[in-house]
Ligand binder design. Structure first.
Ligand SMILES: Nc1nc2c(ncn2[C@@H]2O[C@H](COP(=O)(O)OP(=O)(O)OP(=O)(O)O)[C@@H](O)[C@H]2O)c(=O)[nH]1
Ligand SMILES: [Mg+2]
Length: 447
């Protein structure tokens, strides 16, 4: 998005997805939007927010049969005069209508420009604008839920609360500077309050990291000895022949990934090379990668072969994973029953015919319950927001340290002011054109 964009411009875009569909939505925003829409619909004296059904005509040619809604500033998504046209969703039809609108003086909207205008007109906070992007992008029910909460303003309120408390601290400091009597007791109050805010923000950062990690997918890694059926299980969970399966041990050499949803939770499944002693240099590299994947996993499916029982090789793998969140899975239960370890805590399946799969999914969800619940509380959802909160806490920490050293209050107040500035940027009270460009250029055109 270019920096210097005129807010007075009338902009237009197709807001529905590209391609053919039942209905397409064209939006026009800005001073001339009503005039243009009146011209192509023949409507006069329109009632706002009412659906009109009219033919779209231009220079005596009929372009489509459509529904049109006029919104009057400030009562629109953007806060400006806005028109939405619901026309037939053909590529040609929509482009012809859009062309006419552009011909009449509108220009093509940039990515996210409607939402940017909404922000600049005070219809949305920056956190809410970011939430809108994330609602559109949400891959799991959980991240959708958090983004909807953020749109509703829950996170913004919590951040406002941090800001108000810091502002109060700053006011206290300023009073102490002006009236230096009894500073000792005041300082204690200030230090306690700063510690309290620091604690709350740290918790928020921690939860946010977990939650953000969760929305990109819980990492579930399948490990086990060669030929235990790991790749068969991956394919089964993905409903797709992703990984090569053969009866030759050592088939999988590279790390293979796929994504699925289990009970509304998004997972990244990772299939790895079977772990064993080997002289094959390629297989060795694969095994090294498997061991690395173990460290990144949120949950490990430890696939055991019910036709061989628990072997030396399994025992070696067990040593590698025992300190992680792992779930023993006895596979090939259709043909074997040598279940000589983890009788109670394991799940018994046949990856090849699908028995036990529902039970496996249920147990997986149980095993990651903590992670899911930590992600359910309100949290920041973008890297920008997270980094700001971390910086706020650095300033608070520095202020606390300066108290300890015994610096003058006016020096301490510098950190508090910086922390407040950061919170203002988070809330969008303070912003630069560059920041807005970075945020809104992620959006689709027409949003
Ligand atoms: N009977 C039976 N055979 C299975 C089952 N799951 C996998 N197999 C067979 O076991 C063999 C190995 O399966 P893979 O999925 O390639 O095993 P893997 O663990 O990925 O093996 P590597 O990639 O070599 O580590 C294949 O012949 C599969 O058809 C099962 O549940 N029952
Ligand atoms: Mg494999």
């Amino acid at each position: 998005m270019k920096g210097e964009m005129n807010l007075k411009d009338t902009i237009a875009a197709i807001s529905s997805p590209r391609g053919t569909g039942a209905i397409a939505i064209i939006r026009i925003d800005g001073e001339k939007s009503h005039e243009i829409a009146r011209k192509i619909t023949g409507l006069e004296n329109v009632e706002f927010k009412r659906v009109y059904h009219r033919f779209i005509k231009y220079e005596n040619e009929i372009l489509d049969d459509a529904n049109i809604v006029f919104y009057k500033s400030p009562n629109s998504y953007t806060g400006n005069d806005l028109v939405e046209i619901y026309c037939h969703g053909g590529i040609l039809v929509t482009h012809r209508i859009l062309d006419v609108i552009l011909n009449e003086g509108a220009r093509l909207a940039e990515r996210g420009e409607f939402t940017k205008r909404a922000f600049l007109n005070g219809k949305l906070s920056l956190i809410q604008a970011e939430a809108i992007y994330q609602i559109i992008e949400a891959k799991s029910e959980l991240s959708l839920k958090i983004s909807l909460e953020n749109l509703r303003g829950k996170l913004g309120k919590e951040i406002e609360e941090f800001r108000n408390r810091l502002l109060h601290v700053l006011a206290e400091i300023e009073v102490s500077i002006d009236y230096p009597d009894d500073i000792e007791s005041d300082n204690n109050l200030i230090v306690n309050e700063l510690n309290e805010i620091y604690k709350l923000i740290s918790e928020k950062v921690k939860k946010s990291k977990k939650g953000m990690h969760l929305s990109s997918g819980i990492i579930m890694t399948i490990v086990g000895k060669p030929n235990s059926g790991k790749s068969t299980l991956l394919n089964r969970l993905l409903y797709e022949d992703r990984a090569i399966v053969t009866d030759i041990p050592g088939t999988t050499r590279d790390v293979i990934k796929g994504e699925i949803d289990i009970s509304g939770v998004h997972f990244v499944i990772v299939d790895t090379a079977g772990i064993r002693e080997t002289d094959d240099p390629i297989e060795k590299i694969g095994i090294e990668r498997s061991l690395k994947e173990i460290q990144k996993a949120d949950i490990i499916l430890f696939v055991l072969d019910a036709t061989t029982g628990f072997t030396e090789e399994d025992s070696f793998i067990f040593d590698q994973i025992k300190n992680y969140n792992f779930l023993p899975v006895w596979n090939k239960c259709d043909v074997g029953n040598k279940i000589n370890k983890f009788q109670e805590e394991s799940v018994k399946i046949s990856a090849i015919n699908g028995t036990g799969l529902r039970d496996l999914e249920r147990t997986i969800i149980e095993k990651v319950r903590d992670i899911i619940e930590s992600g359910e509380t309100s949290h920041v959802t973008t890297q920008r927001q997270l980094e700001i909160l971390e910086r706020v806490n650095q300033y608070i920490k520095s202020a606390l340290k300066n108290f300890e050293i015994g610096y003058e209050l006016d020096i301490i107040s510098i950190d508090i002011r910086k922390a407040l500035e950061e919170l203002d940027t988070l809330l969008g009270r303070k912003f630069s054109e560059d920041l807005l460009d970075t945020i809104f250029s992620n959006f689709c055109v027409g949003k």
